[in-house]
Design a protein around this ligand. Structure first.
Ligand code: SF4
Length: 156
């Protein structure tokens, strides 16, 4: 598991994640190949369900009554990474942060944020992660409203 940046209490009090405005959202979770198998899901993007009362889609694993993830202890790599993401920029993959996250808005100019971004970039450049990304390049998306932090690697 990746060390978390946003405190759990802050996440549980927020209504932002795991819900999406469209069925095909750039923000819906991209699974690694092995996660797709272990979660028994057939696509790279998690299936979403429509919640008619709130006119929005949500991840199949999200429990709106508790504002929690049913799979939290085994949540996908992308969910562990968030509010950080892998962004594709030509042939480069860049570590970015989502500025829609209220905790990021509050902290992104502080020392703790810089230290965490450095920790994450170092971790994601290790052989183990580079091998995972090589086999799962689809997890790098093209996200709007993000801020570039560090270039991680290039692919051809
Ligand atoms: S797997 Fe869990 S953390 Fe990830 S989007 Fe679904 S509900 Fe949210």
């Amino acid at each position: 598991m990746i060390k978390q940046f946003v405190p759990q209490k802050t996440c549980l009090a927020c209504q932002g994640c795991c819900r999406f405005a469209q069925a095909k959202s750039v923000w819906s979770v991209r699974l690694l190949k092995e996660e797709k198998k272990s979660l028994c899901l057939s696509t790279y993007n998690l299936p979403l369900i429509f919640a008619s009362t709130q006119q929005q889609y949500m991840c199949v694993f999200f429990m709106p009554c508790k504002n929690k993830c049913l799979k939290y202890a085994q949540r996908p790599f992308e969910c562990q990474l968030y509010p950080f993401l892998l962004n594709r920029c030509g042939t480069k993959v860049v570590l970015v942060v989502d500025t829609h996250c209220p905790f990021v808005q509050k902290t992104m100019h502080g020392k703790k944020f810089s230290a965490y971004a450095a920790y994450l970039a170092k971790l994601l450049r290790t052989k183990r992660y580079l091998a995972i990304f090589k086999d799962n390049i689809h997890i790098a998306g093209r996200y709007p409203g993000v801020v570039n932090l560090k270039e991680l690697f290039s692919f051809t």
